[in-house]
Design a binder for this molecule. Structure first.
Ligand code: TRP
Length: 447
């Protein structure tokens, strides 16, 4: 299912856009790998999907005030995703704080978000409830950052015209809020934002930790994904089991060891362990089996991880390239969103004062589309929807977006040069003056 609302939705007819962020506060553990990294890397290989993965370091500031930890975690998480096989050529992989359009959009969304809606956000409400239970001021130690968390997340999602957001159940409310923000913005300013949906992977395992509760940093029961081999063995030896002696049949139900094994093993391997449990395998032997099974999958990645982490400059360069790719789309789109709300070049004819639909019709706009030849095009339409100019076909939507960005920034001069190079052409009955007027609309500075 796709939700297509944006008037310049790049090639949305052929691909679904997936986007997900990873908060950079910790060291990735096996639970993150099974629940998020592995399924995301697999999804990114699908040809009908365009994936956006980013390091949510602005979100990290909400819960962490240790600069060194933020930096280290950003490095470790980036290296983990790359070591697990994420191909930055295939996907758009970037760091949130490299995209100034995200905080910029955050403000526009802040202005269409009800404060009462944010009052009800789970994370904020949990803090307030805790304070009230302790007899404290409801907002004691609550930052405005925590309160605004869903709006920043909405900007992450809406800036990239995301259709699907793969997240855990705890995040569904945030996706619904992003949808509401998009709806409200579109209602006021015209159809610009795509309404996103949460994509909950039912099949993805929730991994238990060493103590049997969900593996989570907050329970201090994790097994770091790339901990040294011998350390991994030791940690696995510490997984809680019951007191059944060797030779006694063992229950798989409720066995953390069994569940972790299942998350890594094939169906046949799982069957074999099931049988071994029934036949009374000793816990020590079961732990050894689990260690070997995990190590088989993790060892090759561990090597890549250590190579990556020892060369932070290379990871930095990868992220910079990702940011450039992301901004090729984000910058022109943010320009469109700014103009829609009235942050505009004053030299252009103001749109008729209006609410709702007509606001959109009153402004010139670039539209991107894909033709049957598989190539990516754009056209410029004036405020009445008349097409003024058309581009040549591009290999990738990014190239089209880059040219739009140039036209928006440099206006008529860029147009004349590109026309000279036959990269675009005007339609037969269009005057140069119409093009000039329309382009002027865009040349307002916007980051
Ligand atoms: N809030 C998410 C988490 O803690 C991380 C995140 C930030 C995110 N921005 C996002 C996830 C946008 C999906 C989409 O898990």
């Amino acid at each position: 299912m796709m939700t297509q609302n944006s008037k310049s939705d790049v090639a949305a007819t052929s691909t679904t856009r997936f986007l997900t962020g990873i908060t950079t506060t910790g060291t990735p553990h096996l639970g993150n790998y099974v629940g998020s990294i592995r399924p995301s890397v697999q999804a990114s290989l699908r040809s009908d999907v365009r994936s956006f993965y980013f390091l949510a370091d602005y979100h990290a500031l909400i819960k962490c005030d240790e600069p060194a930890r933020i930096q280290q975690s950003t490095l470790e998480i980036a290296a983990s995703w790359l070591a697990a096989g994420l191909d930055p050529e295939r996907v758009t992989f970037y760091r949130q704080s490299d995209i100034p359009e995200i905080p910029e959009l955050t403000w526009l969304l802040t202005c269409v978000t009800g404060k009462g809606v944010l009052n009800r956000a789970h994370a904020y409400k949990a803090s307030v409830d805790k304070n009230e239970a302790a007899g404290n001021d409801p907002d004691a130690d609550v930052t405005a950052g925590l309160f605004m968390y869903p709006v920043l997340m909405g900007a992450d999602i809406l800036l990239f015209k995301t259709h699907k957001v793969p997240v855990g159940r705890d995040q569904i409310q945030h996706i619904e809020m992003a949808r509401d923000m998009a709806q409200r913005y579109n209602h006021l300013y015209g159809e610009h934002l795509v309404l996103p949906e949460a994509a909950i992977e039912e099949s993805v395992a929730l991994l238990p930790g060493l103590d049997g509760r969900k593996m989570s940093k907050s329970y201090d029961n994790t097994i770091p994904l790339f901990t040294p081999r011998e350390q991994m063995r030791k940690l696995i030896a510490g997984i809680v089991t019951d007191s059944c002696a060797p030779g006694e049949p063992k229950e798989t139900e409720g066995s953390a060891l069994f569940q972790i094994y299942q998350a890594f093993a094939s169906a046949d391997e799982t069957q074999a362990l099931l049988k071994a449990y029934a036949e009374g395998i000793a816990w020590g032997d079961a732990k050894q089996l689990l260690f070997e099974r995990i190590d088989r999958e993790v060892a090759p990645m561990r090597e890549r991880y250590h190579d990556l982490i020892s060369d932070p400059a290379k990871i930095e360069a990868t992220l910079q390239a990702g940011a450039q790719k992301a901004r090729a789309e984000a910058t022109p789109f943010m320009g469109e969103l700014r103009r829609a709300v009235g942050l505009r070049n004053l030299a252009t004819k103001p749109a008729a004062p209006s609410k709702g639909k007509s606001a959109k019709a009153a402004a010139p706009a670039f539209k991107q589309y894909r033709e049957k030849d598989g190539r990516f095009y754009f056209k410029l339409q004036d405020a009445d929807g008349k097409t003024l100019l058309q581009s040549q076909g591009f290999e990738s939507p990014k190239d089209a977006a880059l040219m739009i960005a140039t036209l928006q920034k440099e206006g008529y001069a860029a147009f004349a040069a590109l026309q000279g190079q036959k990269q675009l052409h005007t339609l037969p009955d269009v005057d140069a003056e119409d093009v000039q007027l329309a382009l002027q609309f865009f040349t307002t500075s916007s980051s």
